[in-house]
Design a protein around this ligand. Structure first.
Ligand code: MN3
Length: 230
């Protein structure tokens, strides 16, 4: 499909500070098809010690890169997906068993880009403005939101994600399994945490609750959530 244009993996609402990631491997990923592995919005060591550079190097540089590379290979066999951006591929393949492998890789490509932006160095703290008010009215305050989000992230069985979404005007905490994403069904995603073991095992071993606590207290990017809330 020589006339297809390259697209970024996700539309960001602000310029990203490009982390150095120019390995031959990643350039090969980008050269192989229409979808690009976007840059991390911070350096690989910028979230340490809550998430180590070793975890980010593998999670971003191997896992996320592999989803993008596999998607680029798969879409060559589905001309009906030609010209679509990543979010459109996710929506077009969701719930279709014959396109499950495409969905899994497109969903994971999108989810990971969203996850990187759901965190920032020296994150945590509190939301502001309209989102702060919505968290108070829909959850009974930030502490109660954090308690429910932590519980959902610990309870999610096996691999998946936990999301803060806006759905029909209300904030909700939604777990999803594997590559599933609330974006595919039209919900507005505000934040997500990856609870696949590859997200935390090097740093926390089996202690997912400690990873979720560190994520809420030290990493969560409330500014990103506020911009998504609008
Ligand atoms: Mn992951």
């Amino acid at each position: 499909m020589p006339h297809m244009q390259k697209k970024t993996a996700i539309e960001h609402d602000r310029p990203l500070q490009a982390a150095e990631c120019g390995s031959a491997h990643l350039r090969a990923v980008e050269a192989s098809g229409p979808f690009k592995l976007g840059p991390l919005p911070y350096a690989e060591n910028a979230l340490a010690p809550a998430i180590s550079a070793a975890t980010l190097a593998t999670h971003y540089g191997k896992h996320h890169a592999a989803y993008v590379a596999t998607l680029n290979k798969l879409v060559q066999d589905y001309p009906q997906l030609e010209g679509m951006d990543l979010a459109a591929v996710v929506k077009a393949t969701a719930g279709d068993d014959s396109l499950k492998t495409v969905f899994n890789n497109a969903g994971q490509a999108w989810n990971h880009a969203f996850y990187w932006n759901s965190m920032k160095p020296s994150g945590g703290g509190s939301p502001a403005g309209k989102l702060k008010a919505a968290i108070e009215s829909d959850f009974g305050g930030l502490d109660e939101f954090k308690r429910k989000f932590h519980e959902a992230a610990v309870k999610q069985f096996g691999s998946g994600w936990v999301w803060l979404v806006r759905d029909a005007g209300k904030l909700r905490i939604l777990p999803t399994a594997n590559a599933d994403t609330p974006m595919a069904t039209g919900k507005t995603c505000l934040l997500t945490i990856d609870v696949w073991e590859h997200a935390y095992y090097l740093d926390y071993k089996n202690k997912r609750p400690d990873y979720v606590t560190a994520w809420l207290d030290k990493l969560v990017n409330w500014g990103f959530a506020e911009r998504n809330f609008g």
